[in-house]
Design a binder for this molecule. Structure first.
Ligand code: GUN
Ligand code: FE
Length: 444
């Protein structure tokens, strides 16, 4: 099977930015930002280079350890972690009706929400997700709970109160008025926290995101109001787009005035450079053009697309069109909260789609990190190690206790890194850092 070596946009980026640094130093300032990077430091000069730095502030890695930028999960449902791994033999619309909506209705109880969210966020963080785009549920109080849990645990996040005012069961539906009112209240709640923390030189950890579940569950009036809120507060937008064929058919029957599924969002001012559209499996050429024109981002959720049997998204095409694309776990359409698992599914998806144009390893790693940062419109702040960016990172230990991978004498930095990508798991994530601080997680 011929493997094309044609470097796509993302590959060129990686090559220009040198794959990895051996024998180097990375300094983080008191605001959690990368202050300095020293490359190719001779070992005997290490002591001098660390002059003036307190000993307890230095982390020295051995040959089986390395640091990488934290993973970015551009699409995950916090309430759905409670039944992650269940219901994978049911197609999307039936899966929503029979499993997801009844489960999400339980989040009207904020105590229950806190219990589940504590585990969802911890599991995501342990797997190395330093930034996540979370869908909560329609419930205002429970969504506030999710924000509190995220701040307690220290993840960077976009958090959305979900909007649903039509085609939803009585147990999980809102009026237009309460949907808009609660969304505004949620945004104000997060903004007030951020103002209280008087974020001076660091980014706020949590950002509110406008979250119409998908066009099916919001009528035109609600979508219009949500478009206005996104503009008023200048905040991001997230939703689902072109996930399955029957979903698309049903959607178009509800919005006959719009030319296609993507234009429904565009027609309601919900498609712009801060939009994150999950899936994009079955897109028409006009829809790619709309995405490009809006500079909207795509969350590629290969695990979920296989599980729900939605189809295989054409990531090579997205890259060739220079669309912003990152990876999403889509728990629990996807069975795993690990971006590593999303990366592996994305690789298989790209091979199954067209082996001649499958995604390379640098491209996959890019999608899991910088790709996600671009989708979140945070590529000047996170996604890789550059001076001035936030230090969001994973300290990987390839020989950690109970590590699922083994290291041999012939292994190099490159082969250890690849083993981690394809065999490793959270047991190898020895430390997780967000904004320069080590995340402290409860024991399993
Ligand atoms: N479309 C609308 N809601 C959902 C959801 O919760 N999961 C997935 N995968 N697709 C959706
Ligand atoms: Fe989803």
């Amino acid at each position: 099977m011929a493997q094309t070596q044609q470097p796509a946009q993302v590959c060129k980026y990686l090559l220009q930015n040198r794959g990895y640094i051996e024998n180097g130093l990375l300094f983080v300032d008191n605001h959690g930002k990368i202050a300095k990077i020293v490359r190719d430091l001779p070992r005997d000069q290490l002591h001098n280079a660390l002059e003036g730095v307190a000993e307890d502030k230095v982390v020295i890695l051995n040959d089986n350890q390395f640091i990488i930028p934290g993973f970015i999960d551009t699409h995950i449902h916090a309430p759905q972690y409670s039944y992650c791994g269940n219901g994978h033999d049911i197609p999307l619309l039936e899966w929503l009706d029979t499993l997801t909506f009844p489960q999400e209705s339980k989040f009207k109880d904020s105590n229950y929400a806190r219990q589940v969210y504590t585990k969802s966020v911890a599991r995501s963080l342990r797997n190395g997700t330093t930034s996540a785009c979370w869908f909560a549920t329609i419930h205002l109080d429970a969504t506030k709970e999710l924000v509190k849990v995220i701040l307690e645990q220290g993840q960077r996040a976009y958090v959305g109160k979900v909007n649903m005012n039509q085609q939803s069961p009585d147990i999980l539906i809102e009026t237009t008025e309460s949907s808009v009112g609660d969304t505004r209240a949620f945004i104000e709640f997060v903004n007030a926290i951020n103002n209280r923390m008087s974020v001076v030189e660091t980014l706020p950890l949590v950002t509110p995101v406008i979250t119409p579940r998908f066009a099916i569950s919001c009528d035109s009036e609600l979508l219009t109001e949500l478009g206005k809120l996104a503009a008023e507060y200048d905040i991001p937008i997230q939703s689902h787009l072109c996930e399955t064929l029957s979903e698309i058919d049903f959607t178009m029957s509800l919005f006959p005035e719009s030319a296609n599924y993507t234009s429904i969002y565009a027609d309601h001012q919900l498609l712009n450079q801060r939009s994150i559209m999950a899936h994009c499996v079955h897109m028409k050429d006009e829809e790619w053009a709309l995405m490009k024109k809006a500079n909207a981002g795509i969350s590629h959720c290969a695990n979920s697309n296989f599980n729900i049997r939605s189809g295989m998204a054409n990531v090579r095409k997205m890259i060739d069109l220079d669309l912003k694309v990152g990876l999403g776990t889509d728990v629990s359409g996807g069975y795993s909260p690990s971006v590593l698992e999303a990366l592996r599914c994305s690789r298989i998806c790209s091979i199954a789609k067209n082996p001649e144009e499958s995604l390379s390893i640098p491209e996959l790693f890019y999608l899991a990190t910088m790709g996600g940062a671009r989708v979140m419109e945070l590529s000047d702040k996170i996604g890789n190690f550059e001076v001035g960016k936030e230090f969001d990172a994973i300290l990987v230990n390839t020989t950690a206790p109970r590590s699922p991978l083994d290291i041999f004498a012939h292994d190099t930095v490159q082969t250890k890194f690849e083993k981690y990508l394809f065999v490793g798991d959270d047991r190898n994530n020895e430390k997780i850092y967000v904004q320069g601080l080590e995340v402290r997680l409860p024991e399993y």
